[in-house]
Design a protein around this ligand. Structure first.
Ligand code: ADP
Ligand code: MG
Length: 560
């Protein structure tokens, strides 16, 4: 096989493949350019899911006539004036997008700067580039017709129109959240999908999201010299949805889809959500530009952090801190509709239990209370029903407590805080994790020792001399494997392993449903709930208590 240099045309096509793989990526690049241009309006117009037309119009700074040719030249950009790629201030910096788009479809750019009294259009749709005067207000309109007409094999890989439109809606919505100074409008096949007037959060996460979300804002905090700030909205753990894509993360306003961050979020919610259930989250991370590297992937949707540990601690701790006092749910809307309970299986039990109390009542629509940061107050225990639920009275509210669910959580949170002891093995365990993995573990041996795990290397195998002594069985090998794979978050992972074991113990040492409780026992259960973290959800993510306040009771009797 003889080696040959590829032609410019082929090089362009290969490069394009990385940046532009579907209409969504064109929309992303063009909208990011509008953001970089300082626009306050940005209108996105698609036909046939972007296959026949993608047009993005902004009122930003525009491109001067002299720069038009450069704008579509690969590796030409106005966004790295000092060529310092460790200090990226704009969404773009690679100077590749317009060049790539021109390789994939028929590109036209119409633009006017504020300095110029004339507007110009560059038309590349016939291969050759032509620049001619036109009329256009200040700003830029980039139009792409027949995407992939120059790379027809891509067309076969396109997703259906509708999934492209949904993906674009999510993307534009996310960019709108990160850039509140810009009014976005998104039109598909002449139908308006998003408009700056809409509440973007409702559009992206559903109308009930805000009612079930906790706003959070860490303010600025420093570690050494790194200034970091996290803010956004977190769904309360009982607001369960199975979709994964309701996690919107931004790093310095850049919308990213990053596995590392998603993993941290899951860690933060660990133990409060059932398996397979994901939280809904808006998370803005802000830190100095020199502490992140965005130059990881051509489409710039991943970043790397110079201090991953700082980020993981900050995210995990601040989210856990915010959700631990999340109150459970209350019933605050009752209408004559059938039960619409798509989002929360936990509620399915509720109408039945209430029927135990008031058999005539039909409860149809149940909403969760907006969380407050207040500590839980559950009032005075009054009675127990079905040997399963404790009923308490608090001022003008009735509180219903699931005794087993609540107690499970209490046991878990209590034993979690107990210090574990170290157990020396009489016969050391021996395991080969692989050469590099063994070496990694050895490099971490002093940290491991601090949590009771003593290891040495012997004949290319790891010898395990001791482990933390906790009740139940600890699968130390799996634990070490996890530590190898998730080195950065290993402390949290380790806690979770303990939690896994502790959870089991909690299940077996809890007050079971079916146990009769005396009044003092009921009261002490309530006060334990009041003082235990995460006590509004059981360890499987179901609510542990519900509050029926006077407004709701009035409504049940049709008094409101
Ligand atoms: P990058 O954004 O990485 O610089 P692009 O290929 O997306 O690369 O754009 C090349 C250049 O064209 C930009 O650096 C910018 O100067 C100019 N440009 C592109 N889109 C716009 C726009 N909507 N408004 C103003 N300038 C633009
Ligand atoms: Mg760009």
């Amino acid at each position: 096989m003889k080696i040959q240099l590829l032609s410019e045309q082929t090089i362009n096509k290969i490069a394009t493949g990385e940046i532009i793989d579907r209409p969504l990526s064109v929309v992303k690049e063009l909208v990011e350019n509008a953001i970089d241009a300082g626009a306050t309006h940005c209108s996105i117009n698609l036909e046939r899911g972007g296959r026949t037309l993608i047009s993005v119009s902004d009122n930003g700074c525009g491109i001067s006539k002299d720069d038009l040719q450069l704008a579509i030249t690969r590796y030409a950009t106005s966004k790295l004036p000092d060529e310092n790629i460790s200090n990226i201030q704009y969404m773009g910096f690679r100077g590749e997008a317009l060049a790539a788009i021109a390789t994939a479809g028929k590109l036209k750019i119409s633009t006017k700067t504020c300095e110029s009294s004339n507007a110009f259009m560059m038309d590349l749709s016939n291969g050759a580039s032509q620049i001619k005067p036109i009329s256009h207000r200040q700003g830029t309109t980039v139009e792409v017709q027949d995407l992939f007409c120059f790379m027809p094999n891509r067309i076969r890989f396109l997703k259906p129109e509708s999934s492209e439109v949904v993906a674009c809606k999510n993307l534009i919505g996310a960019l709108a959240l990160g850039n509140p100074q810009i009014k976005f409008q998104f039109i598909h096949n002449q139908k308006e999908i998003l408009n700056g007037r809409d509440n973007i959060l409702d559009e992206l996460l559903g109308e009930d999201f805000l009612q079930n979300a906790i706003p959070f804002d860490t303010g600025e905090y420093y570690k050494d010299i790194i200034r970091l700030k996290l803010n956004g909205y977190l769904s309360i753990p009982t607001y369960n949805r199975s979709t994964r894509n309701k996690i919107f993360t931004f790093v310095n306003k850049r919308f990213i889809r990053d596995n590392f961050i998603n993993q941290l979020i899951r860690q933060a919610y660990f133990n409060t959500l059932p398996a397979g259930i994901n939280p809904s989250i808006i998370l803005f991370i802000e830190l100095p530009t020199e502490c992140i590297d965005v130059n990881i992937h051509p489409n710039k949707s991943e970043v790397r952090f110079s201090d991953e540990r700082l980020i993981s601690n900050a995210i995990i701790n601040s989210i856990r801190d915010r959700i631990k006092d999340a109150r459970s749910i209350s019933i605050n809307r009752i209408e004559n509709k059938s039960i619409d309970n798509r989002h929360n299986i936990a509620y399915m039990n509720l109408p039945l239990e209430l029927r135990d109390i008031e058999s005539e009542i039909e409860i149809n629509d149940i909403h969760r209370i907006k969380n407050s940061n207040n500590k839980v107050q559950l009032g005075q225990a009054v009675l127990q029903i079905a040997d399963k639920y404790v009923i308490a009275r608090k001022n003008n509210s009735i509180i219903l407590v699931d005794q087993h669910a609540a107690h499970e959580r209490i046991v878990l949170e209590t034993i979690k805080d107990m210090d574990f002891k170290v157990q020396d093995f009489l016969v050391q365990l021996e395991y080969d994790f692989g050469d590099t993995e063994n070496a990694l573990l050895i490099s971490m041996s002093s940290k491991l020792r601090s949590i009771g795990i003593k290891i040495t290397l012997n004949n290319n195998k790891i010898l395990i001399h001791s482990a933390p002594a906790i009740p139940g069985h600890l699968d130390i090998i799996t634990l070490l494997k996890d530590i190898i794979e998730n080195e950065v978050v290993w402390e949290e992972i380790f806690k979770n392993h303990l939690d896994d074991i502790l959870k089991k113990i909690a299940c077996y040492s809890s007050v079971r449903a079916g146990k009769k409780l005396t009044q003092p026992e009921m009261q002490s259960l309530l006060s334990l709930i009041e003082t235990t973290e995460f006590s509004s959800q059981c360890i499987h993510g179901r609510p542990t208590y519900l509050e029926l306040d006077i407004t709701t009771i009035d409504r049940l009797f049709e008094r409101s």
